[in-house]
Design a protein around this ligand. Structure first.
Ligand code: 5GP
Ligand code: ZN
Length: 112
């Protein structure tokens, strides 16, 4: 998708600190971390938000969650816990219109 910063990160036009990559999923450090651990996990394919993912392509969400678990175990923060956040649309304050899951952790988090 033209002019999507996360598509540009996937194809290397915009640099990022990569954490993980396979044929479908890409993970990188958030440029403006809100906690000691702040990683974004995205599908390589462009979808504006989760509401736009067709039912028959929803396996990508399981793929993303598998990678979130893998990252948490490999980076050794699964024991302390962490938060997974997906902002969907205007009221959630979604800024980047390419599906992304935030992994946030490394400290005790307040809610909401
Ligand atoms: P949203 O509010 O859409 O859920 O979150 C977008 C996230 O993307 C924000 O946490 C923001 O810091 C991050 N972000 C925006 N632009 C870039 C960028 O160019 N590189 C990286 N690594 N993160 C970005
Ligand atoms: Zn995109």
């Amino acid at each position: 998708m033209e002019n999507c910063i996360f598509c540009k990160i996937v194809n290397g036009e915009i640099p990022s600190t990569k954490v993980y990559e396979d044929d479908k999923v890409f993970a990188f450090k958030d440029i403006n971390p809100v906690a000691p651990i702040h990683i974004l996990v995205i599908p390589k394919k462009h979808y504006e938000s989760v509401i736009d993912i067709p039912d028959n392509e929803m396996d990508i969400i399981a793929d993303i969650h598998k990678i979130i678990n893998k990252i948490a175990k490999e980076m050794n923060f699964e024991q302390n816990g962490f938060r997974i956040v997906n902002n969907c649309g205007k009221d959630a304050g979604q800024e980047v219109k390419h599906v992304h899951y935030h992994i946030i952790g490394g400290k005790t988090l307040n809610w909401p």
